[in-house]
Write a protein that binds this ligand. Structure first.
Ligand code: D6O
Ligand code: FE2
Length: 350
């Protein structure tokens, strides 16, 4: 299936409108040679139709010699923008940047956001953008959960597979992703629909047992056997199970950096249009599989960088792991029960 250019342009118009683009705004399209040409065109046309001043910043592609694979989350931290202060200034001058290149997890992104520029990441295939076109209900649903998470002092996760994990909270802010960037300095990602925070440094502990069918990113695999992660003082200290545990262990060890084992963002999925099954229908080079990160009622656990919230862990290896069928509690409130969203206001899903 393919979305036609006219539809994609209309969808961009909706998302840019939600992102408060109008005739008073300047919009930069950030791209590289691998950017989806349809996305770049649709974003440009839509911004022009809304009367914005539009320009593009094209950066030469960047490859770190350590990186394996084409997934944009498989190597974090350095990007084509690293050290390019002229391009940095050009981006900081924009009111909104449509990022079709991927600045996420780079310190440069944080620098841009501090100047008040907004960033909307759009790197998934147009058909995935179309299925998860954001609307105001996505924001309402995610913000209702954020009101709970922002005040919380503890997140706990349990599952029938054996997970028993605790993360004291409060040191880091809550990050929301509802699919559009409507506030100064806001970063968002179309498609999305989830929220997360980071555990207090060196305090997360317990065990996470990935069950059959849970998702490992950037591998883009459904686990076929259980993998146990032991977590002590904020770091994964042991990974055991069968072949798949051994694969994960070897992959993380390859980066030769103790920081890859730090716990990164933790949160839960709130996007009813994201599908646990979608990854099975796509090739590995189709995108980064936001379906897995956002599907309704997942527990999304990750390892590695914390630069997104101003931390010092700039480490290239980032695992996003989506678990099904978990009980997730924030303080005493059960928000996800065996993988079903139960609070706050489960009725906000439509
Ligand atoms: O986690 C990722 N995440 C995203 O929307 C996408 C990718 C936000 O932290 O690595
Ligand atoms: Fe992540």
């Amino acid at each position: 299936m393919a979305v036609n250019q006219s539809q994609l342009g209309q969808m961009f118009e909706q998302v840019l409108r939600l992102s408060k683009v109008d005739a008073s705004q300047s919009v930069a399209i950030l791209k590289s040679h691998y950017s989806d040409a349809r996305t770049v065109q649709a974003a440009t046309d839509a911004a022009l139709r809304l009367g914005a001043k539009v320009y593009s910043v094209e950066l030469p592609s960047f490859n770190h010699p350590t990186a394996m694979g084409n997934d944009m989350t498989a190597y974090c931290g350095d990007t084509a923008l690293t050290g390019n202060s002229a391009a940095q200034k050009a981006l900081e001058a924009a009111d909104l940047i449509v990022d079709t290149m991927m600045l996420l997890h780079s310190p440069e992104q944080e620098q841009i956001l501090k100047t008040g520029s907004r960033i909307l990441l759009a790197v998934e295939p147009p058909e995935v953008l179309a299925r998860m076109l954001p609307d105001e209900q996505d924001k309402t649903r995610v913000m209702a959960a954020a009101a709970v998470l922002e005040k919380a002092r503890m997140m706990t996760v349990k599952s029938a597979a054996g997970s028993d994990f605790r993360a004291p909270l409060g040191q880091y802010p809550t990050v929301t992703e509802y699919g559009y960037a409507d506030e100064p300095g806001r970063w968002d990602h179309w498609p999305s629909g989830f929220l997360f925070t980071w555990p207090n440094e060196e305090q997360a502990e317990g065990v996470l047992v990935l069950d059959v069918g849970d998702i490992l990113l950037p591998f883009k695999t459904y686990t076929r056997e259980r993998i146990t992660l032991e977590i002590e003082k904020g770091f994964v200290t042991r990974i055991h199970g069968g072949f798949e545990a051994g694969y994960l262990r070897d992959y993380m060890a390859y980066f030769n950096d103790p920081e890859v084992y730090g716990i990164s963002h933790i949160g839960w999925g709130l996007q009813p249009r994201a599908q646990w099954t979608a990854m099975g229908l796509h090739d590995k080079n189709d995108g980064m599989c936001m379906d897995a990160r956002a599907f309704y009622g997942n527990f999304l656990f990750s390892t590695g960088p914390n630069t997104e919230v101003g931390g010092t862990r700039k480490t290239p290896c980032h695992m996003d792991i989506a678990l099904r069928h978990c009980d997730v509690r924030v303080d005493d409130l059960l928000v996800v029960a065996e993988g079903a969203v139960v609070a706050p206001a489960a009725s906000l899903a439509h």
